[in-house]
Design a protein. Sequence first.
Length: 386
Amino acid sequence: MENELQSLDVLRQRIDDVDKQLIDLFKERMEISAGVAQYKRAHGKQVYDAARERDKLTAVSELAGEDFADYSRVLYSTIMSLSRSYQEKLLGTQSQTGEILAKAEQNTPKLFPTTAKVACQGIEGAYSQIAAQKLFELPQIEYFPSFEGVFEAIESGNCRYGVLPLENSTAGSVGKVYDLMLKKNFYIVRAFRLKIDHNLLAKKGVRLEDIKEVFSHEQAISQCSAFLKANPQIKVTACPNTAMAARLAAETERNDVAALSSRDCAQLYGLSCLAASVQDNANNHTRFICISNTPEIYPGADKTTLMLIAPHKPGALYVLLSHFFAHGINISKLESRPLPDRDFEFLFYIDLDVSVYSPKLPMVLAELERQSEQFRYLGSYIEQIG
């Protein structure tokens, strides 16, 4: 046993010795890259040379031999990515996204507005309205029947901001919103995590045992599956919005229907609460985004959202994601959505935890912009929790 431990110590010492050589050689390589950058500047050449990098990966694979060819390609893909980033930094090169960042930081006021015209999906009492009132002290809310209507109100300039649900901690992502994000032009300027409590609401005097049908939004229905399973005699009917469900329960002539909705809707529509907080998970939050048709970056922004399509070839997504690892940037969410009319190909929405003031951010965005088949910067913002 002692001999085995000594042997391991010896092996580790050899690794340490090799690592020291590797670091020295890496530093030397980066210093040479700096010279390459100056040459390219003098001769008007781009930092990225696709043919050179492709030939280099082929060469190192052959040098490494069959057993280590794949590992060498991964290693050198990362090294060349770091070399490009270093060259871009030395040359002060700014990507299109970097220019958007700089301009937005310069033109955005220091304080988020307390009042504005805000588009929400649904009617009075909707959770989007509650989120809007958390984001703004005095929002001027205009309601639209669909999520698409909210996006269109922003694009047309009818409303300065829109508030949309993006994901729920229990039911997952709101697919309809994500799908619209691909088609619409917008920027995220704020986010808010709202605590969600679903309550069974009905007309005054109606009892739980009287209920034969319950109305609510499909996400709320999903979030209350255990309660509904425990009451199999109740028919479930989906509505466009939880507030609409409450209004329907209040206005119908029937006395055997209820709605899964917020406590605010009970007071708003004169309903009684038959059962409170019937969602499956007590820690139930929905993340709302506040969007605008122009980028606004307020002081303290520490979250960034991107949309990208990776080239349809082996390892493409890995190469893109490796930039975040190389720069120590945390990915807090990675959402994939199928691309219309393209079988088994996907676009990705990525949330990053990184300060907008970090010099790493524009460097990574420049790399992603260059290497993605399609790339969109969707905003840098603060996410509040309520």
